[in-house]
Design a protein around this ligand. Structure first.
Ligand code: NCD
Length: 335
C-alpha cells in the first residue's frame, strides 16, 4: 500500500478534497484492484472492525459494492434497510445510529434521501467522543463522494492504469449530461473534475439545469475555479463538441416534484446519448453512467452495451476497489 498520511476522519463531501487526498485514493484503489484480480481476493486490513451499511433509501450497486469492499478487507458487515427496520415503528435516525454504535460499529456507511443526514450523524458521533467514522453513500441531491471518486478512478486508470493520478485529466473536456438539478453524482463529479484541471461542460434542459446552478455550487467550494472551468449549456451539441468523455445521468423521476419534461421521448431526442450524437466528440470518446440506467432514455440501449464506448461495467468494478481504499483510510488505526 502506498504510504500516505490521511487526516480525514469522515468522508462526507468532495468539495474540500485536496490533490494529495485524490491521489492517495487513486493509488490505493489501484493496489486494491490488483488484489481483486488475485485468486485469493481478500486482505486482513480491517479484521475485527465492524462496517455498518445504513441505507435509508433504496440502492443496488452502492450498497452491495460497500458490502463486498468491506468483506474483501476482512471487516464484519451489518446491513440495514429502512423498509425492514424498526424505523417503521417510529425509531429516529439518530437512535438507529446509536444502536449500531452500541453494537461496536467502527464505520457507518450512510445513504439517505435528505441532504445532510450523514453529516448530522457524523457530528453526533464526534459530540459523543467516539471514534466512529461516517462515509456518505449519497445524501439527497447533495453529494455522493464514493461515486465521484470511482468515476475519477475509472477515467484515470483508462489513461494510465499503473499510475492513476488526478493530473491526467488536466485540460480534458468532460460533458455531464442529464438531470443535473437532482443529481448528487453530478455535484461530487464537478468537485473532483474541477480539482483535476479538466473543463466541465454541463448540458440539460433549463428545468434540470437552473441558470444559477454554478452560483449555488460556488457557495460550497472553490468559486474561482468554478468560474474558469465550469460551463453551462441548455443544448447538448456544444457540450459534446470535441469532448473526451461524456457522463450521462439518470432522470431522477422520484425526486421530480413537478412536470419538468414534456415527455421522455422528447428528452431522448434532444439530450439522449446516441452513436450519431457522439460523432461530435473526440474519436475515442468514452461514455459513463452511474446506474441504474433508464435504457433508451438518457442513453441508447446499444451504446450502453458497447464495450468499446461504454465504461459502465468498468465503473462498477472500479467502485469496489475505490470503496476498499476509502474504508482502508478511515478504518486504519481504529483497532
Ligand atoms: C446514483 C445515486 O443513487 O445517487 N446511483 C448510484 O449510486 N450508483 C445515481 C442514480 O440514482 O441515478
Amino acid at each position: 500500500m502506498p504510504t500516505t498520511t490521511w487526516n480525514r476522519h469522515h468522508i462526507l463531501s468532495l468539495a474540500d478534497f485536496t490533490t494529495a487526498e485524490y491521489d492517495a485514493v487513486l493509488q490505493t484503489a489501484a493496489s486494491f484492484l490488483e488484489v481483486l484480480s488475485r485468486r485469493t481476493k481478500k486482505v486482513p486490513t480491517l479484521q475485527g472492525q465492524v462496517v455498518a451499511n445504513l441505507f435509508f433509501e433504496p440502492s443496488t450497486r452502492t450498497r452491495s459494492s460497500f458490502e463486498i469492499a468491506a468483506k474483501r478487507l476482512s471487516a464484519d458487515t451489518l446491513n440495514f434497510a429502512a423498509a425492514t427496520s424498526s424505523m417503521t415503528k417510529g425509531e429516529t435516525i439518530l437512535d438507529t445510529a446509536k444502536t449500531y454504535l452500541a453494537m461496536g460499529t467502527d464505520i457507518m456507511v450512510i445513504r439517505h434521501r435528505e441532504a445532510g443526514v450523514p453529516h448530522a450523524i457524523a457530528q453526533e458521533m464526534d459530540r459523543l467522543g467516539v471514534k466512529v467514522s461516517v462515509l456518505n453513500a449519497g445524501d439527497g441531491q447533495h453529494e455522493h463522494p464514493s461515486q465521484g471518486l470511482l468515476d475519477l478512478f475509472t477515467l484515470c486508470t483508462l489513461i494510465d492504469p499503473a499510475h492513476p493520478r488526478i493530473e491526467l485529466l488536466q485540460g480534458k473536456k468532460i460533458a455531464i449530461v442529464g438531470d443535473i438539478l437532482h443529481s448528487r453524482v453530478a455535484r461530487s463529479n464537478i468537485w473532483s473534475l474541477i480539482a483535476s484541471g479538466a473543463e466541465v461542460h454541463l448540458a440539460a434542459p433549463p428545468t434540470l439545469l437552473p441558470r444559477l446552478f454554478a452560483e449555488y455550487l460556488g457557495e460550497e467550494g472553490d468559486k474561482k475555479a468554478i468560474q474558469g472551468q465550469l460551463f453551462l449549456h441548455w443544448q447538448l451539441e456544444p457540450a459534446l463538441q470535441d469532448a473526451d468523455f461524456v457522463m450521462t445521468l439518470r432522470l431522477q423521476k422520484e425526486r421530480m416534484t413537478a412536470h419538468l419534461l414534456p415527455s421522455l421521448r422528447e428528452y431522448h431526442q434532444l439530450f439522449g446519448i446516441t452513436r450519431t450524437k457522439l460523432q461530435l466528440c473526440k474519436p475515442n470518446v468514452k461514455v459513463l453512467h452511474p446506474g441504474p440506467v433508464n435504457r433508451g432514455v438518457e442513453i441508447s440501449s446499444d451504446l450502453m452495451d458497447d464495450p468499446e464506448i461504454s465504461l459502465i461495467q468498468s465503473q462498477v468494478t472500479s467502485g469496489v476497489a475505490v470503496r476498499m481504499a476509502l474504508l482502508y483510510f478511515i478504518g486504519s488505526g481504529k483497532v
